[in-house]
Design a protein around this ligand. Structure first.
Ligand code: GLY
Length: 537
């Protein structure tokens, strides 16, 4: 069973499984296919986290998060008054962190896959070379992001056809991308040390970027031990720093475990009140404590312990706790919501939850000339102004300050729920900080409200991230009387729309799992993403 944000990528993964490949083989093929058919977030020059749980119970995380280039400095996005020049970290060449996806995928395949790299790239090569039909969603999205893409000649030429926008049903061919993929088929190191690396460095020179040939050559993914927690008898396997996702997810589940969520009912104001309160508390910790643990210590064990959850939830009352009472020393900056997740489970019982990203939709907006792929803007996931008070008179998280070679803090939360040795739910989502809350809510729906995978993914979502102190909710998520009841408790609401997103929905949870009693593979694509598809055989 495969589920991803694009039907063509799901089909590619399914073929790999049908041909005897395992979940890791399929993950590689899906990731590269998404780079062709879903250029907003699918990528060759971004990064992410692949959580693998093998049928024998071994679980591991491939951290292929990008790194800050060697020439990066803590203050590179500040003007002479110490104010952030926001554009610098979100678009163009200076916003690009050292790309990691190809290194991550090759590492995963060499260690855990069974098929040949070149064969797994073949479907993506044909999709790029022969083209694929543009969907309504892609056509609209490209138009929506044309103000960004049209600032960069190569992106404008390839993705916007110089203003002659692609329409639904037209064939989109990407010959330069196909040529890159063919080079990578022959040798994946070409991305870091060959012709592709040369094209990236030339692009950096043209746009005054700072990624060097050495940065590319030196990039390495890291294999890490997953975080493991429990929730009402389920084992929760998720990702460690440099993502904040796993820690926050376990922190919130630990707090919620103390309450009888199921008896509160799915859509009750009492349940939403609790959810909002635990979200606030966990996200306050994110700003305070989290960053790349290879650079600054993160108290992971403490944060994910049941005792800490008990301490944290002691001051949850019947009224909303104002966010500023929870912490006074840090601040969370706004983050992009564009990333993509896919989940795969094979016939052997191996499972992969993979979230990867260019950061914002279409990343930095920069397409590498002659290479046909976009570069990320992951540098924006660092705290650009450490030590400086922001408009709330608060100081941003030092632990997530920019430093050469460091990984920016992420929210990506690929997660696997296991019971009696079986992966029952494999999931993740895009959505910046909303990722963590989307994953949380699907788990609660599944475990506490006994929803099946489809219902758990479909159910409406809310989001609170400590600051700003507002609750976001999807259209029709909360009824009028629930909104009133929550307002009486002191909660304040915003609409779900984020400035960087086209949609009012929160997240895109692509979930698969094994049915506990029958052993059937189940899948639920997220209908919030019109091009998504779940498929099995
Ligand atoms: N760039 C989005 C994330 O890492 O969470």
């Amino acid at each position: 069973m495969v589920t991803s944000a694009h039907a063509l990528a799901t089909d590619v993964g399914l073929e790999v499984l049908k041909n005897g490949g395992n979940a890791i083989d399929a993950a590689v093929a899906v990731a590269v296919a998404l780079a062709v058919v879903y250029p907003a977030a699918g990528n060759l020059a971004g990064g992410g986290f692949m959580l693998i749980r093998l049928a024998d119970g071994t679980a591991t995380v491939i951290d292929y998060r990008e790194t800050a280039p060697a020439a990066a400095t803590a203050k590179m996005y500040l003007d002479e008054h110490g104010q952030i020049i926001r554009d610098k970290s979100i678009k163009g060449h200076l916003s690009v962190a050292v790309p990691a996806t190809i290194a991550g995928l090759t590492y995963a395949l060499e260690k855990y896959g069974t098929k040949r790299w070149a064969d797994l790239l073949a479907p993506a090569v044909s999709l790029a070379e022969q083209g694929f039909f543009v969907t309504y969603e892609l056509a609209e999205e490209l138009k929506h992001y044309s103000p960004l893409l049209s600032q960069f000649d190569e992106s404008k030429r390839v993705l916007l056809r110089n203003g002659n926008f692609y329409r639904e049903g037209e064939l989109l061919k990407q010959p330069e991308l196909a040529a890159t993929l063919r080079r990578l088929q022959r040798n994946p190191r070409d991305f870091y040390e060959g012709e592709t690396a040369k094209l990236i460095i030339e692009e950096m020179r043209r746009g005054k970027g700072i990624i060097s040939a050495e940065d590319l050559k030196n990039y390495r993914p890291k294999e890490r031990k997953p975080l493991i927690g429990t929730y009402r008898g389920y084992e929760i396997i998720t990702v460690p720093p440099p993502s904040s996702g796993g820690i926050l997810l376990l922190e919130m589940l630990n707090m919620l475990e103390r309450y009888d969520i199921s008896s509160l009912g799915h859509n009750s104001s009492r349940k939403y009140h609790l959810l909002i309160e635990v979200m606030k508390r966990a996200f306050a910790d994110r700003a305070m404590h989290l960053g790349d643990a290879d650079f600054a210590p993160v108290p992971v064990e403490k944060l994910i312990s049941k005792n800490y959850a008990l301490e944290l939830s002691k001051n949850i009352t019947d009224s909303a706790t104002p966010s500023l009472q929870l912490q006074t020393v840090s601040f969370i900056q706004s983050e992009s919501e564009d990333t993509t997740h896919f989940s795969i489970i094979d016939r052997f019982g191996n499972a992969v939850a993979n979230t990867y990203t260019l950061n914002f939709a279409y990343g930095s907006g920069v397409m590498v000339k002659g290479a046909g792929f976009l570069l990320n803007n992951e540098m924006d996931d660092f705290a650009a102004s450490p030590g400086h008070p922001n408009e709330f008179k608060l100081v941003q998280g030092e632990k997530n300050a920019i430093a050469a070679g460091k990984r920016p803090l992420s929210s990506m939360t690929p997660t696997i729920l296991v019971k009696n040795g079986k992966p029952l739910l494999v999931l993740g989502s895009p959505g910046g900080p909303t990722i963590i809350n989307s994953v949380l809510q699907v788990i609660i729906n599944y475990v506490d409200h006994r929803m099946n995978i489809r219902q758990a993914v479909d159910a409406p979502r809310i989001h609170h991230q400590w600051l700003p102190d507002v609750v976001r909710y999807e259209p029709h998520a909360l009824s009028e009387d629930v909104l009133e009841a929550l307002a009486r408790r002191g909660h304040v609401f915003a609409t779900a729309n984020s400035p960087s997103s086209r949609s009012s929905y929160i997240g895109d949870v692509e979930a698969v799992g094994i049915d506990e009693s029958s052993g059937y593979r189940l899948g639920a694509n997220d209908l919030r993403k019109p091009d998504s598809k779940a498929a099995g055989y």
